[in-house]
Design a protein around this ligand. Structure first.
Ligand code: ZN
Length: 378
């Protein structure tokens, strides 16, 4: 029996699944999918430095073609609940909207795809539908999609195409899909000096001007001018930390943090090389640790973007712009396995107080996902 999308979304919202807590959301999905013939695997992963995370992989059918829907049931914290005009985990409906944390990002899309998938399998299509649902997208993303994908590879679960249900629509449902995302790299820069009295600078070594010189070099770096499908790569200095509360002390150490969002001109490793070469050219000692949070991904326009675009158009009347803007998503990991495109609800209220979704959008998202499945199996 196909559940009602609104009731299912309400049930999901009522699971307080703030990362890394499962909150009952995966249990709920597993139950519905298992009842409808999906083979379900709960995949719990742990790591020494990060909390354990629960994930769900569920597949209906055995053969090809295989379409995978990827998403996350975890949500960001609500912040100060007093700032909300409804209970964040209440799933209340008012003024034609369904309200609560995670409605747009992205329990709404999960509920819509469940309903679309169950109506598709009632037609007994030739092929498979799977769900890759993680509980660690909003958190460190270490024990989530990345590890589920490793498990899928080991078990020969390689989809032909993956649709990620992130809220990609900008102003109105259907106006945008993502065919790529920039990569992300963070750097922690430290300059050491010698502490001393400001009145006796010859007895000290001030790390602050040295750090400023290094940061100026980074800030003036032109990484590229953008590519056919991406904006230029961009480096932002996000923190300078000297932690010195005295006016008469030269500090011993100065630190800064920066983040780069990079396009397909670079791999994370090539970008790191470029950054180190730039800092080396300042001839000033430094220590730098780098973490590549994700490589860029890009699915060339063609078969898959056409399929999504035409389906979205049928359901919403809009031709989605094929964009590569915005932050990273788990598509950055999935790209290794198969072509991936993201399409979902309007992202205007995500991570904010009063997150909510129009009921009408939810209904049309079900329709868009149904159209995608219909043409995928045609
Ligand atoms: Zn999300």
């Amino acid at each position: 029996m196909t559940p009602d999308v609104v009731a299912l979304l309400q049930d999901l919202i009522r699971c307080p699944s703030v990362t890394p807590h499962e909150g009952g959301a995966l249990d709920l999905l597993e139950k519905i999918l298992a009842q409808n013939g999906f083979i379900c695997h709960r995949l719990k992963f742990s790591d020494t430095d990060t909390p354990d995370v629960d994930n769900l992989y569920a597949r209906w059918g055995k053969g090809a073609p295989h379409i995978c829907f990827a998403g996350h049931t975890d949500v960001v914290p609500v912040g100060d609940e007093k700032g909300w005009s409804f209970a964040p985990f209440g799933g209340e409906i008012r003024h034609g909207e369904i309200c609560g944390r995670g409605t747009a990002d992205m329990k709404g899309a999960i509920a819509a795809f469940v309903v679309a998938a169950l109506s598709a399998i009632s037609q007994q299509p030739q092929g498979s539908i799977s769900f890759l649902i993680t509980g660690d997208e909003e958190g460190p993303a270490i024990n989530g999609t990345k590890k589920v994908l490793e498990w899928m590879e080991q078990h020969g679960e390689i989809p032909d195409f993956c649709l990620v249900g992130e809220p990609t629509s900008r102003e109105a449902l259907g106006d945008m899909m993502k065919i790529g995302r920039r990569g992300t790299l963070s750097g922690w820069l430290t300059v050491n000096g010698v502490q001393g009295h400001v009145a006796y600078p010859h007895l000290a070594d001030n790390p602050v001007p040295k750090l400023l010189k290094l940061l100026t070099a980074l800030d003036s770096l032109v990484l590229d001018h953008g590519t056919a499908h991406f904006d230029p790569s961009n480096l932002e200095i996000v923190n300078i930390d000297i932690g010195n509360s005295a006016t008469n002390v030269i500090p011993a150490e100065a630190r800064a943090v920066f983040n780069v969002r990079f396009n397909d001109t670079y791999t994370g490793a090539a970008l790191e090389q470029k950054i180190r070469a730039t800092l080396d050219s300042c001839a000033s000692p430094y220590a730098l640790s780098i973490r590549v949070g994700g490589e860029s991904f890009y699915t060339s326009p063609g078969k898959w973007s056409d399929l999504v675009s035409k389906s979205v158009e049928k359901a919403t009347g809009k031709t989605p712009e094929a964009s590569t803007t915005g932050g990273t998503s788990d598509a950055r990991f999935i790209r290794r396995l198969c072509p991936v495109i993201e399409f979902g609800l309007v992202g205007k209220t995500i991570h904010k107080t009063d997150e909510r979704v129009a009921l009408d959008d939810l209904a049309r998202l079900v329709k868009a996902y149904q159209e995608i499945l219909k043409s995928f199996f045609a």
